[in-house]
Ligand binder design. Sequence first.
Ligand code: FAD
Length: 497
Amino acid sequence: MTIKMPAPDEGILARRDEIIAALREIVPGEGVIDSEREMMPYESDALTAYRQPPMVVVLPDTTEQVAQVLKYCYDNGIRVVPRGNGTSLSGGSFPLADGVLLGLSKFKRVREIDFDNRVAVVEPGMTNLAVSEAVAHEGFYYAPDPSSQIACSIGGNIAENSGGVHSLKYGLTTNNVLGCEFVLITGEILRIGGRAPENDGYDLMGIITGSEGLLGVVTEITVRILKKPETARALMVGFAEVEAAGECVARIIGAGIIPGGMEMMDKDAIHAAEAFVKAGYPLDVEALLIIELDGPSIEVDELIRRVEAIALDCRSTTCQISNSEQERLLFWAGRKAAFPAVGRLSPDYLCMDGTIPRGKLPEALAGIRELGKKYGLRCANVFHAGDGNLHPLILYDANVADEMQRAEDFGADILRLCVKLGGVLSGEHGIGVEKRDLMPEMLSDIDLAHHQRIKCAFDAKGLLNPGKMFPTLHRCAELGRMHVHGGKLPFPDIPRF
Ligand SMILES: Cc1cc2nc3c(=O)[nH]c(=O)nc-3n(C[C@H](O)[C@H](O)[C@H](O)COP(=O)(O)OP(=O)(O)OC[C@H]3O[C@@H](n4cnc5c(N)ncnc54)[C@H](O)[C@@H]3O)c2cc1C
């Protein structure tokens, strides 16, 4: 399979040796990688179906080096793809043949921990889990917890506005980041936000969070840290019908209860996870909910009782409540291993990520089932049910002619369904190259043009991560003159990718 990316600039490729020498002046030693063999690990991110060696990989160690690399690229018209730890599932850090792949993996230091003000100042290359580990000795943690937390970087989390099981109660990355140091493509260094919850001017932190490496490079992050809840207990509830599980989710939230996490798996996902980790999941149910309540013990005990009653009222067929920390972790072990477990069902799978209003869960599942019949492919479903964030896992075999194409078409139709049901194209994995061409399904021409204007304000030459997130107009100058009337985009002949 191929994806259409901006055509490589032959003039830049012809200057490769000179460019590498200049980058070595800025980042000496082993910070510049240019051999075909050593660049192989950087050819793709977690959207592994696509591969492309970058022109060169640069691994700076300081903000000053990042600024100098970016200024050099700006002055010479060289494209740059920022990369954290390469776990993007939407191809966010997919390299360009004529681009510098700017890796932030050496930025692993904790710069400051301020327990009194409940913030930690960290570098973007730290893994998400390492941030929690750095503050654990005082009973604190960093709340957003993507399943990839052992591997993904906190810088990548900002760029993708990542979430996880606990985002229902504690928010996504955007709700837990207070400020950052940010390097523009011109090499200028900005400090955005700070330690206070409110800052003057536009909410630039809000714009940068989720900007997928298109606006600048994050080199330091100030995150909110939270005290660990006194206790946490989980329920594992099975249902004979998916609709009943969906109703249970809506009723719990409707009752004013916000669980620490509320996840759903369908039958295929339950069977795969159980075979993989032996978590004790019931195998005779169509849907399984794992619901966690956290807080003071007395409150948790009361909430468990209320959730159990709601589940019974929604025709649950099995219900187990964790009575020890070990049991709670076992309930979660299957859910946390659901992605690798599904990998055992089929040679390949495509992990989708779309969001729907919570009440539309049954409709969405029925729609996905119908689409599965149309494309002749199986699909296991895992959801952050409380957020309405679906993760359909489409099973296929890349060795069978046209199966990958069918899987991708199936995935695109699922995302169209999410938008039709009132949802959006991404809950947490970003748009990247994967969903770029579907953006007009969700945003009008005017919406897209306004997003483009923000991009142009930060990166007028369009050098940062081009080909991601937007079916882009190729020059900001043309966008500057653009007026959209009656939904008709002018300059329809301007090249897009
Ligand atoms: C098994 C698995 C499970 C996953 N589960 C979840 C989940 O539960 N929730 C979730 O949200 N995601 C999940 N993901 C997706 C992925 O882990 C996240 O999107 C993560 O935030 C990417 O971080 P990264 O460091 O790997 O970024 P990369 O893949 O390296 O880059 C991702 C994007 O961030 C940009 N970027 C990276 N660093 C910087 C920086 N310092 N400055 C500016 N831009 C930067 C890149 O240009 C790119 O656009 C999962 C992935 C896998 C493989």
